[in-house]
Each structure stands twice: as structure tokens, then as C-alpha cells.
Design a protein around this ligand. Structure first.
Ligand SMILES: C[S@@+](CC[C@H](N)C(=O)[O-])C[C@H]1O[C@@H](n2cnc3c(N)ncnc32)[C@H](O)[C@@H]1O
Length: 201
């Protein structure tokens, strides 16, 4: 797989988005009920995957950047937990149906075709009752300099996600909000985000 700007970013010293989990994910205080598997999409250096593994979930972290995933493995080792990693391009990634109890997507920004593909795959991979957690920058993020894509086509609106998950997810949280983001050196300041937490029907 070709090298990306992500390989370069993750090749820098330290952790681009920090070692602590995303604030929205942590705020949900999700706990495993027995032996449960979670898939972390576009998981980079693994901060969310390691957090979930520490809670007792079995975790698979997928990203296109092997440089990021190597750091995810290091972070897991540092925390004495196991995380499985897989290098893949999510634009063509296939996920076994009915195979995950949870899917987590934090700042996974894609063009509309990839976004629709991966959300379709995520939906059919979730078991009934399985949870979906997502935080991503909204289209309003172009007004801020917190971080995130500068190309509006890679930013989302609630209507996009409503359309992607229509009729299949019972939303517990579904909102666009502004929040102060302090997540590593690449996400800092006030930002406009979309937050979703729901369960598959
Ligand atoms: C802003 S980072 C978020 C990393 C991680 N979720 C976090 O919150 O720390 C976005 C990630 O999306 C990944 N990514 C972007 N496009 C991708 C694609 N088509 N397939 C797989 N990963 C992709 C990048 O490699 C990068 O790690």
C-alpha cells in the first residue's frame, strides 16, 4: 500500500492525537458485557483501541497506515493489553456480517463514496444491539483551525449520517456541537463536531 501523509505524520516523535482516548468515546463509559469484539475504523496510532482493550473488549484496529498501526501495537504493549491491527484501505474494506458488538469511528474522514461504503459495511457487521460510536468534524469546521480536513467534501453533516444509518440504528446521541478539543498536537482548540452514539436495531 502506498505511503501517505499519515505515514509521515505518524513517523514523527510522540503520538499525533495523544495517547488518551477521544473525549466523546470516553464520556460514554461503555463497558463490555461478557466477551465482546469492537472494530475501530481509521484508528491510526491506536489510542481508542487501547482504551477499549483496557476496558476488556477484544479490539481490531484498521487503518491504511502501517506506521500508525505499529505505534498502536507499541501503545498496547505499554498498557499490557492486546489489540489486533489490520492495514487496509477502507474504500474497499469488507467486513464479515454480524461479527462485531461495537464499531468506533473517530475522525475517520472520507470522500462520500468511501464514507457510504464503509458505513454500509459497518452496519451489516454490527450484531443486533451492537453499538456505534462516531465523532467527526462537521462542515462548519472550515471556520476553525482546530485541525481536521480543510476540504469540505471530507467533512460531514448530520443529514449525511442520518442517510447512511437510516432505519438501522437507534440513536441515543446524535448531534452537531462545538467543543474544546485537546487531543494531541494535531487537534487543539474549539471545533465543530458531529457525535453519534447508537445501537443497531
Ligand atoms: C485524524 S486520523 C484519526 C486517527 C484515530 N481514529 C484517532 O482518533 O486518533 C484519521 C485516520 O484515518 C485514516 N484513513 C484515512 N483514509 C483512510 C482509508 N481510505 N482507509 C484506511 N484508513 C484511512 C488515516 O490513515 C488516519 O489514521
Amino acid at each position: 500500500m502506498r505511503s501517505t501523509i499519515w505515514d509521515e505524520r505518524y513517523g514523527e516523535a510522540g503520538f499525533a492525537y495523544g495517547k488518551r482516548p477521544n473525549d466523546f468515546l470516553a464520556s460514554l463509559e461503555i463497558k463490555p458485557e461478557g466477551n465482546q469484539r469492537v472494530l475501530c475504523l481509521a484508528e491510526g496510532e491506536g489510542r481508542n483501541a487501547v482504551y477499549l482493550a483496557k476496558l476488556g473488549f477484544e479490539v481490531l484496529a484498521v487503518d491504511q497506515s502501517m506506521v500508525g498501526l505499529q505505534k498502536a501495537l507499541m501503545l498496547a504493549q505499554e498498557n499490557n493489553v492486546k489489540v489486533e491491527v489490520r492495514q487496509a484501505d477502507l474504500s474497499s474494506f469488507k467486513i464479515q456480517p454480524d461479527s462485531f458488538d461495537g464499531i468506533v469511528s473517530i475522525y475517520g474522514h472520507f470522500d462520500a463514496t468511501t464514507r457510504k461504503h464503509i458505513h454500509r459495511e459497518a452496519l451489516q457487521a454490527l450484531k443486533p444491539g451492537g453499538f456505534l460510536v462516531m465523532e467527526a468534524y462537521s462542515k462548519e469546521q472550515v471556520k476553525y483551525s482546530t485541525g481536521g480536513p480543510t476540504d469540505e467534501q471530507m467533512l460531514y453533516e448530520l443529514t449525511d449520517l442520518d442517510a447512511d444509518f437510516a432505519g438501522e440504528i437507534n440513536f441515543i446521541i446524535k448531534r452537531k456541537t462545538e467543543r474544546n478539543i485537546v487531543e494531541g498536537k494535531y487537534h487543539n482548540g474549539t471545533g465543530s463536531v458531529i457525535q453519534i452514539f447508537g445501537r443497531k436495531q
